[in-house]
Design a protein around this ligand. Structure first.
Ligand code: ZN
Ligand code: ZN
Length: 345
């Protein structure tokens, strides 16, 4: 079968046409991949950036961690997932036995493996998965939208972590796909105004289409930005979804006293933080998310999409074959895309 393989610790990937087909072992299933989507992390892995190396991947591996498809084989001891089931994959492969798994925090398992990074992924015709990470898709959800559940779930988790945004002014820094879904969810969950800061004009327009008040942090000074916010006191809730190193210091100035910041993007390097000024005196509650809560994030997202309250289809701007993977990387690098769907067959 064919698949996109990260083989060398340098820029680039290899499209391999002779990968051996996975065979499910105990507790595992094999899924025929119907749709995958490309993530910023895939570009980091492609570039072999510091952020990518921070995941400690073991080369070579098949990339791709956002996918949906149909179960075509089931290994021994699998319960609750059958051949023919349409599923999306949770990319955080958890052990189910460690302290974190046993206390409802499986997304941050002590023995965490990540699909398409430390476990062969889904930019391939077939992917092998533990049955425990399969989420059965409702009838009305297409594989393309199913593949978006993984990244959109991160946005849902960020909102879960932030607590109520009802009646709050919200600022989202970075309008990549996750930031855009955060904008959409914040408005859906009752934010009074959502400001979206993004240097890329294409992405700013996507945020504006969702109803955000857009800002260019490279063009507008902090004073100008604060003018837009009621009374200039700053926003009550902010989300850092860009991963840019300069974003968090910028956000810490933009938020109100006693506000909440949730960070989602991974800066490739440490970011300095003045604890006395911002955490103690300004009273900012700073927290982050990694992955999705298993399975409440998935259930919330599924309910929102099935009910028609949350439409994710607008997010898909490009559809490519596996052989066009490099083109997907170029689109992503230029920031001229929403979500890129890749079809492995
Ligand atoms: Zn991702
Ligand atoms: Zn665990």
């Amino acid at each position: 079968m064919q698949g996109v393989v990260k083989a060398e610790p340098v820029q680039g990937v290899r499209l391999s046409r002779d990968l051996s087909e996975p065979v499910p072992e105990s507790g595992e299933v094999v899924v025929e991949v119907a749709a995958t989507s490309v993530c910023g992390t895939d570009l980091e892995l492609y570039e072999w950036s510091e952020s990518a190396q921070g995941f400690d991947p073991k080369l070579p591996f098949v990339m791709g961690h956002e996918c949906a498809g149909t179960v075509v084989a089931v290994g021994p001891g699998v319960d609750g997932v059958s051949v023919g089931d349409r599923v999306a994959a949770e990319s955080h492969i958890f052990c189910g036995r460690c302290y974190l798994c046993r206390t409802g925090k499986a997304h941050n398992c002590e023995r965490l493996r990540v699909l398409g990074i430390t476990f062969d992924g889904a930019f391939a015709e077939l992917v092998k998965l533990p049955a425990s990470v399969c989420f059965r898709l409702p009838e009305s959800i297409s594989p393309e939208i199913g593949a978006l559940f993984e990244p959109a779930g991160v946005a849902v988790h960020a909102l879960q972590r932030a607590g109520s945004v009802a009646g709050c002014d919200v600022l989202v820094s970075g309008c990549g796909p996750i930031g855009l879904v955060v904008v959409q969810l914040a408005l859906l969950f009752g934010a009074s105004k959502v400001f979206a800061a993004e240097p890329n004009a294409f992405r700013r327009e996507l945020a504006a289409n969702l109803g955000a008040i857009t800002l260019d942090p490279t063009e507008q000074s902090m004073d100008e930005v604060l003018q837009h916010m009621d009374g200039g006191h700053g926003v009550e809730v902010a989300f850092e979804t860009s991963g840019a190193r300069q974003a968090l210091p910028w956000l810490l100035d933009a938020v109100a006293r006693e506000s909440r910041i949730v960070t989602v993007g991974h800066p490739g390097q440490p970011v300095p933080l003045d604890v006395a000024a911002y955490i103690n005196k300004k009273g900012v509650v700073l927290t982050g998310v990694f992955g999705r809560r298993i399975w409440d994030t998935w259930e919330i997202l599924s309910h929102l999409v099935v009910s028609g309250r949350l439409d994710l289809s607008w997010l898909i701007t490009h559809r490519l074959d596996l052989a066009e993977f490099e083109k997907g990387m170029q689109l992503l690098r230029r920031g001229e895309s929403g979500k890129i769907i890749v079809y492995p067959k």
